[in-house]
Design a protein around this ligand. Structure first.
Ligand code: GLN
Length: 489
């Protein structure tokens, strides 16, 4: 494919091609994006930290390599925004929590190493719901991020800063983490592509843990091809992560042109029930488009997915309560002194954690406590197994599944902060694939009152090639999408 064509269907790849061929300099590309950040991030607050000096040095290094006739790699000079729960050596990694506000990790996450080795320029650390717990980025200790399509609305969460950064044109690519929907949901609400890979395909070494049996890192991009490129750069075995899968990661870029002719796609009835009419209509229109391209689309049932939310809100807090026990004022970040060690632990955690994180720790501790373990945590794990079995059954008849990403478009700031359950409902369509460990992605499709909506493509474990084929086919047929002020550059 020529780089001209790449410009439209793959803006990040287009930039990388221009830098590699000496038609653009990484420094110029970076300055353009820093300009956009300076102009609009005071309003949007996508970033906790813009790494201006580090990024400039890095861009100069990339240009230096090109000048010497070296190839900096597939992401040469492409600015990438990182969710602030990904470790960056010597650079604050706060998880948008007071407890880690001043913590500087002594190492880079594997994904950071991999994108840097591919020539990317990390521009900064993006805002999130504290420790990735939330669906609106309003649980950040440093104030919310706003949706570039309408600053009175949330960008979704928990990777709201990364989604907003791409949507607002601050960086053509970003990384986030998805435990129950935190990449796909904000991608849908901000009108960009967001991918949650198969559990184990992308190393979590250097991702601050929330719920270890669910967490997965993945890309944000404007287009399916750009998301595929970033996925290929970060996926693959890492000996530093004991849950990392052996063997080669699926090639997705090569699969994309294969199309969907003859493919069997199931529309999950349980995930369509209860969403807003515009969200259901978007999925139905996407299904029709797939039929038009030669896929066989049918409505199907994955019955146990209706219990996904309940199981998730036992399993995720249980794991979080254990993972977050390490913030004790001794090993990391904040310490508030007390009369003795126990008082110091208590005072540190009281001052350092926000309300939602405390709620999760209490829910999780309760679900794991002696006497309740079987009734809550054990039961949730059994439900998880049922969900996995029902998906396996569905994938005997279908190559991929289709569903809404979210029940509706971006909601106003403050609309759900007083009602945790209605906030939790934002992830009702995305949580089932996390519980199953399967890949799933959201692509922009249609709108509701001028705000973007997404449709979700799901596939069985390691089914990324099929998933990206369906997503790319859909992207080619998608109705015109809303564009935010200053967007896409
Ligand atoms: N919104 C969900 C939660 O609050 C999912 C978060 C995530 O995927 N990190 O737990």
């Amino acid at each position: 494919m020529s780089s001209g064509q790449e410009g439209a269907s793959s803006p990040a790849a287009g930039l990388a091609a221009a830098v590699r061929e000496g038609r653009a300099s990484a420094v110029e590309v970076l300055e353009r994006h820093l300009g956009a950040i300076a102009e609009r991030d005071p309003e949007i607050h996508a970033f906790n930290l813009v790494m201006v000096d580090e990024a400039r040095r890095r861009a100069e290094t990339v240009d230096g390599a090109v000048a010497r006739g070296e190839d900096p790699g597939r992401l040469a000079g492409v600015p990438v925004a990182l969710k602030d729960n990904l470790c960056t050596r010597g650079v604050p990694t706060s998880c948008s929590s007071k407890i880690l506000a001043s913590w500087r990790p002594p190492y880079d996450a594997t994904v950071v190493e991999r994108i840097t080795a591919a020539g990317a320029v990390v521009v900064g650390k993006t805002n999130l719901d504290e420790f990735a717990m939330g669906s609106s980025t309003e649980n950040s200790a440093f104030g919310p991020t706003r949706n570039p399509h309408d600053p009175a609305r949330v960008p979704g969460g928990s990777s709201g800063g990364s989604a907003a950064a791409v949507a607002a044109g601050f960086a053509p690519l970003a990384l986030g983490s998805d435990t129950g929907g935190s990449i796909r949901q904000p991608a849908a609400l901000c009108g960009v592509v967001g991918v949650k890979p198969t559990y184990g395909l992308v190393s979590r070494y250097g991702l601050v843990a929330f719920a270890s049996s669910l967490d997965q890192i993945g890309p944000f991009a404007h287009t399916v091809r750009d998301a595929a490129l970033l996925f290929e750069v970060i996926a693959g075995h890492d000996p530093m992560d004991s849950t990392s899968l052996d063997g080669p990661a699926p090639s997705v870029l090569d699969a994309i042109p294969m199309g969907v002719e003859g493919m069997r796609v199931g529309l999950v009835s349980e995930l369509l029930a209860g969403v807003e009419p515009a969200a259901a209509a978007a999925v139905e229109a996407a299904a029709e488009a797939l039929t038009g391209m030669g896929a066989k689309v049918e409505t199907t049932s994955v019955p146990a997915t209706v219990y996904g939310l309940s199981a998730y809100y036992l399993i995720a807090p249980a794991e979080a309560s254990s993972n977050l026990a390490r913030y004790d004022g001794v090993r990391y970040g904040l310490r508030v002194e007390g009369e003795d060690v126990a008082a110091m632990f208590g005072a540190t955690r009281q001052a350092g954690f926000g309300a939602e994180v405390k709620r999760r720790i209490m829910l999780g501790t309760y679900a794991l406590s002696a006497g309740y373990y079987d009734a809550y945590y054990g039961q949730a794990q059994r439900v998880r197994t049922l969900i996995i079995r029902d998906f396996e059954e569905a994938y005997r008849s279908f190559d991929a599944l289709l569903a809404p990403t979210t029940p509706g478009p971006a909601f106003p700031l403050g609309a759900k902060t007083q009602d945790p359950l209605s906030m939790y409902m934002s992830d009702v369509c995305t949580i089932p694939s996390n519980l199953a460990g399967h890949p799933a992605m959201s692509i922009p499709w249609g709108s509701s009152d001028g705000l973007p909506l997404g449709v979700q493509v799901m596939a069985p474990a390691l089914g990324e090639a099929v998933m990206f084929r369906v997503a790319a086919a859909l992207e080619g047929e998608a109705p015109p999408a809303p564009v935010p002020a200053g967007g896409r550059r």
